[in-house]
Design a protein around this ligand. Sequence first.
Ligand code: TRP
Length: 328
Amino acid sequence: MARVLSCIQPTGAVHLGNYLGALREWVKGQHTNDVFHGIVDLHALTITETPGVLGANSLDLGAMLFAVGLDPDVATIFVQSHVVEHSVLGWIMECTVSYGELSRMTQFKDKAAKREADFVSAGLFTYPALQAADILLYDANEVPVGADQHQHIEITRDIAIRFNHRFGDTFVIPKAVTPAEGARVMDLQEPTNKMSKSATSDAGCVYLLDEPAAIVKKFKRAVTDSDSEVFYDRDKKPGVSNLLDILSAATGVKPADLATRYSQYGPLKADTGEAVVEMVRPIQERYAELMADRGELQRLLRKGADKARTVASATLDRAKNAIGFLPY
Ligand code: TRP
C-alpha cells in the first residue's frame, strides 16, 4: 500500500467540481492506499484575517469529508493545526528552501497580484515550505494533485533532497501523481472555465449543500451552445458536454451514450439537475446528522489528529536528530 497524502484548504463551501474532481476519488482510494487527508487551516490563515472563520470552516469541511464517505476508521482525516509538527517542520523547511526558489513560484505571483491592495502575508510567500512539511511529515510516496500544484510538489522534492544531502537520509522523496480521473466539472455559466467558488457569479457553481430547488434552477439556467444539437465534444460544445459529463458522473453512463438520448437542451438540463439532486441527497443527510452532534464530530477529528501525530512526531524527531539540535 502506498502512503498517499492530499490536503484541502477550509476556505468555503464544497462544490460539485471539488466533489466529482477530487473528493469522490479520495473516497474510492481509501481502501487501496494508506491515505492521509489534512484540512489545512494553517494554509488558509495566509489569507484569513477574521476571527472564528477558520475553526468554523474546518469543522464544516470535516463534516463534509465524512459525509461524502471518507471512513474515520480507514482514512486519516485531521486538522492541520491540531498536529503542531506541521508548524515546526514548516520552519525547518523555510530554512531549507531559498528565497530565490520561493520567488519563482507562479502560484505566489498570481495570488499576490490578485490581492492588489490587500495584505500580502509573508506566509503566502513561504506557503510552499509549509506544504513541503505537510507532505514530508507523513513519508508520503504519492501526492495526487492537479497541474496547478505540480510546482509545489517539485519544490518539495528539491527541499527533501537538499535536506537529505545536508543532514543525512531523513525524508522519503514524494512524487506527484495524476489523481484517478474524476470528472472535470466546468462552470455552468462559463463552461470553458473550471467550476470555482471564486467565479464572478454563484449561478455557475453548484454547492453540495445547495437546496434541491436551487440545484435544479442552476442547471436550467446553464449556458449551452449556440446551435441546438446534443452531442459530446468538449471543444465544439463546451456547455452541453459539461452537462453530459456531470450527468455521466452521476449515473455511470458514458457521456457519448447519454448524448444519443437527447435531441433538445431542456430535457438534458432538467435530467442533469435531478440526477445531481439525487446524488447529493444522501451526502446532505449525513452532513446534517454529523453537524447535529458537534461533540462526536470533534471526536472523529481528534482521532484523526492523534493518528496523524503518531506518524508526524516520529518524522519530526528524525529530522531534528539529523540536524543535531541539543536534545531536550
Ligand atoms: N496547496 C494546496 C492547494 O491549494 C493545498 C495543500 C496544502 C496541499 N498542503 C498540501 C495539497 C499537501 C497536497 C499536499 O490546493
